[in-house]
Ligand binder design. Structure first.
Ligand SMILES: [Zn+2]
Ligand SMILES: [Zn+2]
Length: 419
């Protein structure tokens, strides 16, 4: 089976880290990622179905891994060699049962909810898995599978960056509604992250929301805030102010419902004007605002973006960390003095919308269709061209792109009118 495999080779991680200083995604050529033939994953027993990827996305956390920049906190919850790729739309090779307990036929298109929680590991469900909050599961290194927080980080399951098959557990399988294109279906996993993030703290109609970063997650959060008020009657914030660097990002941010779109450097000023705050800076120094956004979504996760979030979030406000941070150095004095809450937003599970509780993936199917988010897929590459693909993903913003995906020859349904 042809696949991209990530091997544990420390010297190659160092080489990747050095290469990536010349641009995100550059670690692909020298790093621990290898294209080649290798064994297919073994059958993992009852509840598991072999599936063949149609499209598999490249996300920021993948680039950090390829470039040797991922947090060392992941070391105990991955197992090598693994096949990356956790944003997956695939075809079931056999009939099986999905996450809702419904039967599906061989050949059915499925989206994979990649978290490898207690159910997939053959364990009694922990309290989080029982509540459907699989993202919070703490058993990611236990059970009959080798460690792996998700499909795409586990040596036993296979991953999306391959010809397939990979193994998907019943608890991970969501049948893709017919109306979705493959491009829409591959956006379901990242858009489930965006929805989950948007729901991590309550929003009021008088709120000013700031969004840092306008890549896949930033655009997803903007769209999610609007979708949740359009479709589920949640409060629409008074303002959504977005810092977006590139013109295509600025256009998409507007289309998805941002009220104010500015260059990232102008975000402090835009928030300040919107809430009529003062700046506590002195000349040549970016200061904290006296007021600020009620909620800031940091969709970057760097030291600079978190520092900016701390400057522009109102005292008593909240910062939702959406982009994956690593080991960084940030002055937390403003967080302490301004009594700001810092909230993590990882993965998905079950969302509570008033009286309705709905798996994030089911909500994401509705979301990607309602907002036409298949349009965020900018380019498709066969896995043979992985170096190009990863370089494109690493420079997506400056190259006018948002989401880059790997495509297999079996993917045909890119547009509504395709077969
Ligand atoms: Zn991802
Ligand atoms: Zn669990």
């Amino acid at each position: 089976m042809k696949a991209l495999r990530m091997e544990r080779r420390p010297t190659r991680f160092v080489a990747a880290y050095l290469a990536s200083t010349f641009g995100s995604g550059r670690g692909a050529g020298v790093g621990p990622l290898r294209l080649g033939d290798g064994p297919s994953p073994r059958d993992l027993g009852p509840g598991w179905t072999p599936v063949t990827p149609l499209l598999a996305g490249i996300c920021g956390s993948d680039l950090a891994t390829v470039d040797g920049r991922a947090s060392r906190s992941f070391e105990s919850i991955v197992s090598f060699p693994f096949i990356p790729g956790h944003e997956i739309v695939a075809l079931a090779e056999r009939a099986g049962i999905d996450a809702h307990g419904q039967a599906f036929e061989a050949g059915t298109r499925i989206a994979i909810q990649p978290v490898l929680g207690c159910a997939a590991r053959g364990l009694a469900l922990c309290r989080f898995c029982q509540a459907g909050e699989v993202g919070r599961c703490g058993n990611l290194a236990h059970g009959h599978l080798r460690p792996g927080l998700q499909t795409g980080y586990c040596a036993d399951t296979g991953g999306g960056w391959s010809d397939g098959p990979l193994m998907a557990h019943q608890s991970q399988i969501f049948v893709v509604p017919e109306v979705l294109t493959d491009d829409e279906a591959v956006m379901v996993e990242p858009m489930a992250c965006a929805l989950h993030a948007a729901l991590r703290c309550p929003i009021d109609v008088t709120d000013t929301v700031a969004v840092i970063g306008a890549g896949t997650l930033g655009l997803g959060v903007i769209g999610a805030l609007n979708f949740l008020s359009d479709a589920y009657g949640l409060a629409r914030p008074h303002k959504i102010i977005v810092g977006a660097k590139y013109s295509h990002q600025q256009r998409s941010a507007k289309d998805l419902g941002a009220t104010d779109v500015v260059e990232p450097k102008q975000l402090d000023r835009a928030v300040r004007a919107a809430v009529h705050a003062g700046s506590m800076g002195f000349s040549g120094h970016l200061g904290e605002l006296s007021g600020g956004a009620n909620v800031t979504f940091d969709c970057v996760g760097s030291a600079d973006s978190i520092a900016q979030a701390l400057r522009i979030t109102a005292p008593g406000g909240r910062i939702v960390l959406v982009g994956m941070p690593g080991k960084i150095s940030v002055d937390l004095a403003p967080l302490w003095r301004r009594e700001i809450e810092l909230i993590g937003a990882y993965a998905y599970g079950v969302e509570q919308l008033g009286d309705v509780s709905i798996p994030t993936f089911d909500l994401a199917f509705e979301f990607v269709v309602a907002k036409g988010l298949g349009n965020l897929v900018s380019a498709r590459y066969p896995i043979d061209r992985f170096e190009e693909a990863l370089a494109h993903a690493g420079q997506a913003g400056s190259r006018g792109a948002t989401k880059i995906v790997f495509e297999s020859s079996r993917s045909t349904k890119h547009r509504k009118d395709d077969a």
